[in-house]
Design a protein around this ligand. Structure first.
Ligand SMILES: [Zn+2]
Length: 254
């Protein structure tokens, strides 16, 4: 581009040396910008030309968030060997608010479903940890699936939780918690859905708290946690129905 055409196009009066500086800076930037960012270039043009620029930015932000959710969903599908048809994502995202008012639990489940929990495999990837070994068993790679379901320590915890739910007559004796229900990817829809989905949500959070404290998840510690949550939620009369089936066990603990 000549000096004259540059000045006419951008209505900027620069000296020849400044123009060479601008051209070489643009070339350098083009080399440095990753290919993924190049797709945003057309957005800049649209943004500059538009009279409703804030709407364009809003739509872009929404679509980016949508893409991120989609990639999380794809990763979960892969993890549980599932397809789109078998996961009702709308229901999955609504489950936590349907069974608790605790903002901490709702926030935790959001981070879990959006895969924003920093496991050791992630910490190793970003250079914070040297290894990706599981905090619980020290043998396997710690990713979300391993930590929350496949680890031998976690498996024992879920088995004990199933047995306890059976003893509360919330689960039938021939039923154990399945992977999808336990992780909240296929929420329970039985008569005890409120209790089962709530317990699974609390159990996931318990596993995560244990991981942060470098302790194994145990049924005993889970009961202590459940009792603590019961004391907090018991102040609201609308929660009575949810807690009723748990009360005989909780009374034994206290
Ligand atoms: Zn493990």
């Amino acid at each position: 581009m000549s000096l004259e055409s540059f000045q006419n196009k951008y209505e900027l009066h620069v000296k020849p040396l400044s123009l060479f500086g601008i051209i070489s800076a643009v070339k350098l930037l083009q080399r440095q910008i990753p290919k993924t960012q190049l797709k945003h270039e057309s957005l800049f043009d649209t943004f500059l030309k538009s009279q409703k620029s804030s709407r364009i930015v809003y739509q872009k932000l929404i679509s980016d968030k949508g893409e991120r959710s989609l990639s999380c969903q794809e990763k979960w599908h892969k993890d549980i060997s599932s397809t789109n048809e078998t996961v009702d994502w709308r229901k999955v995202y609504q489950t936590s608010t349907a069974c608790t008012r605790s903002s901490k639990l709702i926030d935790f489940n959001f981070r879990f479903l959006h895969r924003r929990l920093a496991t050791n495999s992630y910490l190793q990837k970003i250079g914070i940890r040297e290894d990706n070994n599981c905090i619980f068993c020290h043998n396997e790679k710690e990713d979300l699936m391993h930590l929350f379901w496949q680890c031998e320590k976690t498996t024992i915890f879920w088995q004990n939780l199933s047995l306890w739910l059976q003893s509360c007559q919330i689960l039938t004796t021939e039923n154990n918690l399945h992977l999808e229900t336990a992780l909240g990817l296929k929420p329970d829809s039985s008569n005890f859905k409120l209790q089962i989905n709530f317990c699974c949500l609390l159990a996931k959070q318990h596993i995560w708290i244990c991981r942060l404290r470098e302790l194994h998840p145990t049924q005993n510690n889970f009961f202590i946690y459940l009792t603590h949550i019961h004391l907090l939620e018991n102040k609201t009369p609308s929660n009575t129905k949810k807690w009723k089936p748990f009360l005989p066990s909780l009374n034994q603990v206290s």
